[in-house]
Ligand binder design. Structure first.
Ligand SMILES: C[C@H](O)[C@H](O)[C@H]1CNC2=NC(N)=NC(=O)C2=N1
Length: 95
């Protein structure tokens, strides 16, 4: 099992707009797109990466907004997999 992230690992994610949950066990972010197709297209791309990583987001979509929470259930907290998926999500949202 991957080690838990330290505050030093989490700081750059917070700088990129991710919010640390009060219990420290998840990071959250709200992604806003131009329209539903952009939002759902992004979710589809992220889903392929999540499956490849075997690490899956908790998320919900309303029209052009996607609310995301990342945590590693197996570790009851944040691990490198969450950081990796968060970065991928940011990258795909920019492009
Ligand atoms: C059996 C399977 O490998 C595990 O359940 C994986 C699947 N996807 C997962 N996704 C997330 N976010 N956390 C996990 O602990 C996790 N575990």
């Amino acid at each position: 099992m991957t080690d838990k992230l330290t505050q030093d690992d989490i700081a750059p994610l917070q700088a990129a707009g991710w919010t640390l949950a009060d219990d420290g066990e998840a990071i959250t972010k709200t992604f806003e797109f131009k329209n539903f197709v952009q939002a759902f297209g992004w979710m589809t791309q992220v889903a392929m990466h999540a499956e490849k990583l075997n690490h899956h987001p908790e998320w919900s979509n309303v029209y052009k907004t996607v609310e995301v929470a990342l945590t590693t259930h197996d570790a009851d907290g944040l691990t490198a997999l969450d950081a990796k998926l968060a970065k991928k999500m940011d990258q795909l949202a920019e492009g």
